[in-house]
Ligand binder design. Structure first.
Ligand SMILES: *Cc1c(COP(=O)(O)O)cnc(C)c1O
Length: 402
């Protein structure tokens, strides 16, 4: 019988393994903080507060308390019997879709809101594209009773009416921006602009992107996924998996899973990028098709045109539709520790239907990229694998993807 004895007093201070625990925010040449001078001091203060608080027992206790009683952790590791039989490998799903608000994003927003509260923040700001991170942030801000402003491209405000209503119901102020293409990249610019004018507000970033210390902090707060998954698979099977899979947008759910297995060199690591239509004009596969560049505060891979300027990304999955990527993933790819492959929109839809039909689990279309890559790589191999199910698909059902 499977028992899960994650004690949670064990959320580790340096969970990213020696490979990623770089307190200066540099991962090889990647990372750093490429920001206007006015943000240097607030970011340094943030880095200092983070490094102090994660070593603080009362912070750990509070984080663990909300993960357990509010988010619902540990999330189950589920043996997907029918999917396994269909593919011909033994596949376990890490059920981040069962978290409060329906995805992994809440792990990070809870961690950061506790930090914000301890730093005395009077206001939370965030940006959102599809609205998922906006909802997670509005949720965390309501939990702590801190006012919250969410910046969003004007087009996204229209496209994502339901999530806009959710954010408002949760007490957040949604600010539509008419900059640029009126989508996520412009929402980030608007939020950064506000932060530059109000450096005493707390900017709660939702993925593993942006300047140091965000990639480090977000990776830390998401590392609960990998810590749990490693203990759970050992509990269930008595051995480590041959391979693990996650979808990669900015990279936060993936680093959360991967970080638990980095030192286990026998475990192969696979990231599924939003491949779109598999052309440079229509993709979000940043690591597979991009080049190293400075973008929105960090040096990492980025989708760029012939002149080296960032281009717009395209993916069926709003959560993967970003031309940048975490510097930690760029580093892991260059080191050869993790492998990244584009998964096209059509392949992702196959994964979406496959999991729904075979397991009665409708995954987020983002997570479906990981399912599709796993199905392809594991076919008939008889391997043991863990696939991260980053979120549930309720938000995608309305869109008539089929
Ligand atoms: C936002 C989101 C993603 C992509 O973000 P990462 O930072 O790459 O994890 C993936 N899956 C779901 C369900 C999301 O909401």
């Amino acid at each position: 019988m499977e028992t899960t004895n994650i004690t949670y007093t064990q959320v580790q201070v340096s969970p990213l393994s020696t490979m990623l625990n770089h307190s200066d925010g540099m991962y090889g040449n990647y990372g750093g903080a490429y920001v206007p001078p006015v943000l240097i001091e607030p970011l340094a203060k943030l880095a200092e507060a983070f490094d102090r608080e994660v070593r603080n027992e009362s912070f750990q206790k509070e984080f663990v308390h909300y993960l357990k009683t509010y988010v619902g952790r540990p999330s189950p590791l589920y043996y997907a019997r029918r999917l396994s039989e269909h593919i011909g490998s033994t596949i376990y799903l890490k059920r981040e879709d069962l978290n409060h608000t329906g995805a992994h994003k809440i792990n990070n927003t809870i961690g950061q809101i506790i930090l914000a509260k301890r730093m005395g923040a009077k206001e939370i700001i965030a940006e959102t594209g599809a609205g998922q991170h906006g909802v997670a942030t509005a949720t965390a801000a309501a939990l702590m009773g801190i006012p919250c402003k969410v910046f969003m491209g004007a087009i996204d405000v229209e496209r994502q009416a339901l999530n806009v209503r959710r954010m408002k119901l949760l007490g957040a102020e949604v600010i539509a921006t008419d900059l640029g293409t009126k989508t996520l990249k412009d929402a980030v610019d608007a939020a950064l602009g506000y932060y530059i004018e109000h450096p005493d507000s707390y900017y709660l970033l939702g993925s593993q992107v942006g300047p140091h210390p965000y990639p480090r902090m977000v990776g830390y707060f998401q590392s609960v996924i990998g810590q749990e998954a490693r203990a759970q698979i050992l509990n269930a099977e008595g051995r480590l998996p041959q391979s693990i899979f996650a979808c990669v947008g900015g990279g936060s759910n993936a680093i959360g899973l991967f970080s638990g297995f980095l030192e286990d060199v026998e475990v192969e690591i696979f990231g599924a990028e939003g491949g779109g239509k598999a052309t440079l004009e229509n993709t979000a596969a940043t690591l597979s098709l991009g080049k190293p560049a400075v973008f929105q505060g960090t040096y990492s891979y980025c989708l760029v045109d012939a002149d080296g300027n960032p281009v717009e990304s395209h993916s069926i999955a709003a959560g993967l539709d970003y031309p940048g990527i975490s510097p930690q993933h760029a580093y892991l790819m260059d080191k050869g520790r993790a492998n990244y492959f584009p998964v096209t929109d059509d392949e992702a839809l196959e994964g979406y239907k496959l999991l729904s039909h075979l397991e009665g689990i409708i995954p987020a279309v983002e997570s479906s990229h990981a399912v599709a890559l796993a199905a392809k790589m594991l076919k008939g191999k008889g391997d043991l694998a863990v696939v991260n199910l980053s979120g549930r698909g309720d938000k995608d059902v309305e869109r008539e993807l089929e």
